[in-house]
Ligand binder design. Structure first.
Ligand code: GZL
Length: 321
């Protein structure tokens, strides 16, 4: 198998899937399926569970056997899962890395076994970029820029705001802040009063917003939340403080899930920058292109749109997550 490398493993799997004798295909799995390992980071948000569902549904639709691991938010569990997939000699691996760093050794080991790794939704910082095949993700810096530009336009460039950051050390948290501050740097009237992580979670978002309100109260004119779940938590905290979210305090978030659109229809959230979790089809398209011997670009960018409260009612029926 090693002489064939991972391509041979995948092709062998496809050949045995097509006309095999029904015996176990090379590289694990039955003769009828290609075997893919998916190291998911957790289930911390509505977005994450939608991504998991998209990958699982698409694997089933294509008759691909998916070995799924939920790391419960722990990087060491993801690393353990990757090692397990190597042991199973899967044909390919999908990885949604919790944080940017800490992947060099395990991904080098996976590469030595000839198994391609496709990164889903978050990137990694590694010394040797050849240890992963491609990254399929939104442009988080651009998402931050879009959120900031909407807030600048909505407030005439004069606003005192607080920021609810995503998971510390994760690509979306780092880049969404980077893009946001890049735009704010051009508008001196925009002031970030407080900024703290709420780990992309609703409950934590409520807790941190409560602390922000206690510290800065009516000074706060807007919230920038790195994802919908934290924005929804902030809405709860703002209402508990007797204020009107979306009116007394403007809110802009990222993801674009149904709950956020419902909050915009209710007038409690003002703007959402979309970040699609429906990456299953793109993930398996990429793996099938690899099977055909194609070379993939190092980066496959998922396009994002911006939706305001005025557009929410019309768009809500179209939301798939
Ligand atoms: C973005 C993804 C982020 C979402 C959050 O691609 O990694 O993680 O924005 C999720 O909702 O928790």
């Amino acid at each position: 198998m090693r002489a064939l490398g991972w391509m041979g493993a995948l092709l062998a799997l496809v050949v045995s899937c097509g006309g095999g004798d029904g015996g176990a295909a090379a590289g694990g799995g039955s003769a009828k399926t290609m075997v893919v390992g998916f190291a998911q980071l957790g289930a911390e948000s509505n977005w994450r569970t939608a991504e998991t569902r998209s990958v699982q549904d698409e694997a089933q639709r294509r008759g691909i056997e998916l070995k799924f691991s939920d790391a419960q938010g722990q990087q060491e569990n993801q690393i353990r899962a990757l090692k397990g997939f190597v042991g199973m000699n899967v044909g390919a691996i999908l990885l949604a890395p919790k944080t940017e760093t800490g992947w060099d050794n395990v991904l080098a080991d996976v590469k030595r076994k000839g198994i391609p790794v496709v990164l889903l939704d978050r990137g990694v910082k590694v010394a040797d970029e050849s240890i992963y095949t491609t990254l399929i993700a939104s442009d988080f810096v651009e998402e931050g820029r879009k959120a900031a530009q909407w807030l600048v336009d909505a407030t005439g460039g004069k606003c005192r705001l607080v920021e609810l950051q995503g998971t510390v050390g994760s690509a979306p948290a780092i880049d969404r802040q980077k893009g946001f501050l890049e735009v704010l740097a051009k508008h001196p009237g925009m002031e970030v009063l407080l900024s703290q992580t709420a780990e992309f979670g609703l409950a934590k978002g409520k807790e941190v917003m409560e602390a922000f309100l206690k510290a800065k109260g009516k000074e706060i004119q807007a919230v920038y939340a790195h994802n919908d779940d934290m924005a929804l938590g902030a809405i709860q905290a703002i209402e508990a403080a007797g204020l009107k979210p979306g009116v007394d305090i403007r809110i802009v978030s990222i993801d674009g899930g149904k709950p956020a659109f419902e909050a915009m229809v209710a007038g409690k959230l003002n703007c959402v920058v979309e970040c699609s979790p429906l990456l299953g089809p793109m993930a398996f398209d990429a793996l099938e292109r690899l099977q055909r011997g194609e070379t993939l670009p190092k980066r496959i960018v998922v396009d994002d749109r911006v939706f305001t409260a005025e557009q929410a009612a019309a768009e809500l029926p179209n939301r798939k997550y």
